[in-house]
Design a protein around this ligand. Structure first.
Ligand SMILES: Nc1ncnc2c1ncn2[C@@H]1O[C@H](COP(=O)(O)OP(=O)(O)O)[C@@H](O)[C@H]1O
Ligand SMILES: [Mg+2]
Ligand SMILES: [Zn+2]
Length: 517
């Protein structure tokens, strides 16, 4: 009996585990047997591996071959094990030196012609291999740039099985055509619109709307959710799309975390492996619940819009047009900062810590002036009440916008601050926040849990007069108070106060209470 071993990674959501792939050749009926809980896709691997080996000009061992993936209890999905199975099998047949591949982690799908095809999720898989002490990975050539983002990992890229075998045998590489089949699009074709980070957008484009601009600045500085209500054409979409221009670039560890999610989703742009700017996701209002929070039953579980917007912005334009179920599905990720999808094979986890921005017209007919509105009063009320109380209760900053006046539209240009000026203030405020939160797991005021907030970050009592009064009137709930306090800290950080004063708390209270019917 001859034995050989390689390794691969089993990926569930964005979490990966290194899997040992062992091949044994024994006497018995010729055939390839895969053991270790393979799903359908993995059984298909048998046929792909056989064809790929044959079409790479290798002798297929016409013997009894057993390939075992262990630990057997680990869920194994998808086609990412093809390469590790093929190499383990050939090493067991002594077609490649077993010691050359025993410690390699091989990730990749094989085409029937022996080409190594790109897969989704290479970055989180390689991150997992690195965390578990592996030093060398073999990945599809089209995914190499992504794998190279992982510090300290030696990355070998393979375009064909034949090329990889030459490398393992220390032979000169074959001549390969440089055909690039590029990254694959998400399997389920979710209706998502990714706004490219556009250097053309600038806050200075918006005239007037001082309060809304200020709210954007507070949101960017503290990570607070935001709701713009107002008549069509008053600039809601325009304002929301400029929020990313106020946010600092992602920290290196966060950039990897964000990129890992997009790697699984297959939404990384070729030639730009690392996402460094906060993502901006604006799903269409026809988006399904699954496209919002993730799911699917295909080969790979797809992250939803809430995860694609992780560490960035999820913008729901015309929010009342979304299905109620889709909106309700937002509550869990808003509360917990991640999505968990349970399937028979196990539980997938996708981070989902985003800033939610909602925009809404006052009624479905979207008349620019209330006088032109053709909706019955009941319809108007019903329209806005589609945004449920529990959802709006999670929004710290709520504004009712009026159209900018003609004078503002004409003359405000020279006074309007640019994104760069505001982004610098945001950066300073964030630094102040981080200094205060040193030694905690939180990076922004919006992330501080309620009990901690009340224990460690209570403003002085003379600053709390307006909030106390609102509590007494019943206009503010205990949960609402937490939200007001977090915003008050962000306003203090933006103003340079060591702690919120009465104006900061009052300002936060106004922003919390506005837009409530
Ligand atoms: N305050 C403003 N400053 C500059 N342009 C504005 C302003 N408000 C509206 N506009 C113009 O009106 C258009 C419509 O704005 P938009 O953001 O789509 O409105 P809404 O989303 O509220 O319906 C914008 O593309 C812009 O040209
Ligand atoms: Mg709009
Ligand atoms: Zn109307």
């Amino acid at each position: 009996m001859t034995l050989a071993r390689t390794r691969s990674v089993s990926l569930v959501g964005v979490d990966g585990w290194v899997v040992d792939v062992e091949a044994a050749i024994t006497s018995g009926v010729p055939g390839l047997h895969l053991v270790g809980l393979p799903d359908t896709a993995l059984s298909e691997a048998r046929d792909r591996v056989r064809a790929a080996i044959f079409n790479s000009g290798e002798d297929y061992p016409n013997r009894h071959v057993t390939v075992s993936l262990c630990p057997a209890s680990m869920p194994k999905k998808g086609s990412t094990f093809d390469l590790s199975i093929a190499v383990a099998l050939l090493a067991a047949a002594e077609a490649v030196p077993p010691q050359a591949c025993a410690d390699l982690v091989l990730i990749g799908e094989l085409g029937l012609d022996g080409r190594v095809r790109p897969i989704q999720g290479v970055l989180p898989a390689v991150l997992a291999a690195a965390n578990q002490g592996c030093q060398t990975v073999v990945v599809p050539r089209a995914n190499a740039a992504e794998a190279e983002l992982v510090p300290g990992m030696k990355v070998v890229s393979a375009a064909t099985l034949r090329g990889l075998l030459c490398l393992l045998r220390d032979e000169p590489p074959p001549v390969e055509d440089d055909e690039d089949d590029g990254p694959r699009s998400p399997a389920d074709g979710f209706a998502l619109r990714q706004q490219d980070f556009s250097p053309d957008l600038d806050l200075a484009d918006v005239r007037g709307q001082a309060e809304a601009r200020r709210a954007l600045e507070i949101s960017a500085a503290g990570g607070h959710h935001l709701f713009f209500a107002g008549p069509p054409g008053c600039g809601k979409t325009m304002l929301a799309e400029r929020l990313p221009t106020l946010m600092p670039p992602l920290e290196p560890d966060t950039a990897l975390e964000v990129t890992a999610i997009h790697s699984v989703a297959g939404t990384l742009r070729p030639g730009q492996p690392l996402i460094t700017q906060p993502p901006f996701y604006a799903p269409h209002h026809t988006a399904s619940r699954a496209s919002m929070v993730g799911g699917g039953s295909g080969r790979v579980l797809q992250p939803g819009a809430v995860s694609l917007a992780h560490r960035g912005i999820l913008f729901l334009d015309e929010a009342p047009e979304f299905a109620v179920g889709t909106l309700d599905a937002l509550r869990q990720p808003l509360e917990e900062g991640e999505v968990r999808i349970t399937r028979i094979e196990g539980m997938a986890r996708f981070p989902a810590r985003f800033t939610l921005v909602l925009a809404a017209n006052p009624c479905p007919c979207a008349a620019a002036k209330q006088i032109d509105c053709s909706c019955a009063p009941g319809t108007r009320r019903k329209y806005t009440s589609r945004l449920s109380g529990p959802l709006l209760d999670r929004i710290d900053l709520k504004l009712e916008l009026a159209p900018a006046s003609r004078a503002e539209l004409r003359f405000d240009l020279e006074f309007a601050e640019s994104s760069q000026v505001v982004a610098e203030r945001v950066q300073l405020a964030r630094e102040r926040t981080l200094r205060r939160l040193t030694g905690t797991a939180w990076r922004s005021n919006a992330e501080i849990p309620g009990p901690e907030l009340r224990r460690r970050f209570t403003p002085p009592s003379d600053a709390m007069v307006s909030a106390d009064e609102a509590l007494q009137r019943g206009a503010l709930s205990a949960r609402g108070l937490d939200r007001v306090l977090r915003v008050a800290w962000t306003i203090a950080d933006l103003t340079g106060h060591d702690e919120p004063d009465a104006d900061d708390v009052g300002g936060a209270l106004t922003l919390w209470s506005a837009g409530r019917q």
